[in-house]
Design a binder for this molecule. Structure first.
Ligand code: PPE
Length: 306
């Protein structure tokens, strides 16, 4: 259950949480055309709070809307500020932030030209996405029998609600089989991403992650690549097959919700030593320092909530 906060920002106003209601004819509910973001605000070591890479997340929200021919009736600056205002109104020093833009009530059918576009921002407490223990000890993943989207079927670089039916099918499949998370292959059979995460492998200290061709351009992915290169690692953005996962020394997921989650087992094969490896642990340590404002070099990724 999501723990209620005081306010939700909806169409320009901060309104009480329980009043953020919609009609069942809300167009996006029927056809899956809405775009959203997932952003995290962390409490910084020095006391204040900061949103991680807020500008990039807001930009991606607008990119998603643009690709779907949806016009969000606000500027990026206005949404940026509204997110800060929502956090302040809720007095949250740590939160997961979910902006969403969707097509409202009006005409039905697939081409609702005049229906309003609504925008909302919800903030709530969200701990470790795949569990505290998963973050520490690693999770067990399984490759789903569901294929990730083809680039001409869905807009894979957008965070479109409808894209996540595919993710949910995969997640349901593998969690019912007793695993923690699904890994999805692209239509050609190469490793693509998790249901809500990007994926990285490490072998002989070299890091590899699938290229952006058909996956979401994760902001955590981008951050981890920058941090890893800074640490002197070679990072290759290249397709790889499922057996490269099996024989990797280390595998981990990245995502706003998942942060950096080690994967200790895939399709019943133990990965490396079976517990998070040194590269994953090092990247985790730096990443959690960065989001808490401990690393001077990356302070420009933070938007302080003041
Ligand atoms: N791939 C997918 C399909 C995806 O949904 C996410 C984020 C990522 C990669 C990583 O992107 P980024 O957050 O920019 O590093 N998934 C969001 C939704 C999770 C949910 O269950 O809801 C998230 O992590 O917020």
């Amino acid at each position: 259950m999501v723990e209620k906060a005081d306010k939700i920002w909806m169409d320009g106003n901060l309104i009480p949480w329980d009043e953020a209601q919609l009609h069942v004819l809300t167009h996006s509910l029927h056809y899956g055309m809405s775009v959203f973001e997932g952003i995290r605000c962390y409490r910084c070591t020095e006391g204040t709070s900061a949103v991680f890479r807020l500008k990039e997340h807001v930009r991606r929200l607008f990119d998603s809307a643009h690709a779907l021919l949806m016009k969000i009736p606000y500027s990026q600056d206005e949404i940026f500020q509204a997110i800060i205002d929502t956090l302040k109104a809720n007095g949250q020093d740590e939160a997961y932030i979910r902006p969403i833009a969707f097509i409202g009530e009006g005409a039905m059918g697939l081409h609702p030209q005049d229906n309003p576009i609504h925008t909302a921002i919800i903030t709530w407490k969200w701990g470790a996405y795949l569990g505290e223990e998963g973050l520490l000890k690693g999770i067990r993943a399984k490759i789903s029998s569901f294929t990730r989207h083809h680039v001409n079927i869905m807009m894979t670089k957008t965070k479109t609600a409808g894209n996540y039916v595919n993710s949910t099918l995969a997640k349901l499949e593998v969690t019912r089989a007793g695993y923690d998370e699904a890994i999805m292959l692209d239509p050609e059979g190469y490793v693509a991403e998790g249901t809500g995460e990007n994926i990285f492998i490490v072998r002989d200290n070299r890091i590899k992650t699938p290229p952006l061709t058909s996956i979401l351009g994760g902001i955590t992915r981008d951050s981890v690549i920058a941090i890893a290169k800074d640490e002197g690692f070679e990072v290759e953005e290249k397709r790889f097959s499922r057996d490269e996962l099996y024989i990797a020394d280390e595998v981990f997921f990245t995502g706003t919700a998942a942060e950096i989650t080690p994967i200790r087992e895939i399709d019943d094969r133990i990965i490396g030593s079976g517990s998070p490896g040194p590269v994953t642990k090092k990247l985790q340590e730096i990443f959690f320092g960065v989001v808490k404002g401990e690393v001077e070099k990356y302070k420009h990724w933070l938007s302080y909530v003041e």
